[in-house]
Design a protein around this ligand. Structure first.
Ligand SMILES: [Zn+2]
Ligand SMILES: [Zn+2]
Length: 145
């Protein structure tokens, strides 16, 4: 069995056979805090396109611990603690951070920079990809299936 995109840990596997709906390098403070990385490569799939084989094996916690009512939950493996995905309580998207969640980052190259904030003092990225202060302006949230 081979899927277009697959990842997870030894206990929980995720996969998608459809293309993501958004793919960016995130500069936001929440991603920084959660991942410990200066920027985070973030891939959005439509909720129904990202499949999980053992959903009962997930621990769920608010992605943003400063906004626990927010829609995104960080799902980690209850057995080994590996981050598996971010799940949207509104069932619009599921989010993969390729380098932390068992995916090949090179197979999912980000197309732009999101949530870049010049006030942080970080130099504006100059790799040629568009830089936005939020998500790309033409991003449309998928409707929950
Ligand atoms: Zn972020
Ligand atoms: Zn595991």
């Amino acid at each position: 069995m081979s899927n277009k995109y697959s990842g997870g840990c030894d206990h929980i596997h995720t996969h998608a056979d459809d293309e993501p709906v958004d793919n960016h390098t995130c500069h936001c403070s929440v991603c920084k805090r959660v991942t410990g990385q200066p920027t985070t490569h973030v891939v959005f799939f439509k909720h129904e396109d990202m499949h999980v084989d053992n959903e009962n094996g997930l621990n769920r916690q608010p992605f943003n611990d400063q906004n626990p009512e927010g829609p995104l939950e960080l799902c980690t493996c209850a057995t080994c603690g590996t981050p598996i995905m971010l799940d949207d309580k509104q069932r619009r998207i599921r989010v993969i951070v390729p380098n932390l969640m068992g995916y090949d980052p090179a197979s999912l190259p980000p197309t732009y920079h999101a949530f870049y904030d010049p006030a942080t003092g970080v130099p504006k990225p100059a790799d040629g990809r568009p830089v936005h202060e939020g998500l790309r302006p033409d991003f449309v949230w998928p409707v929950a299936a």
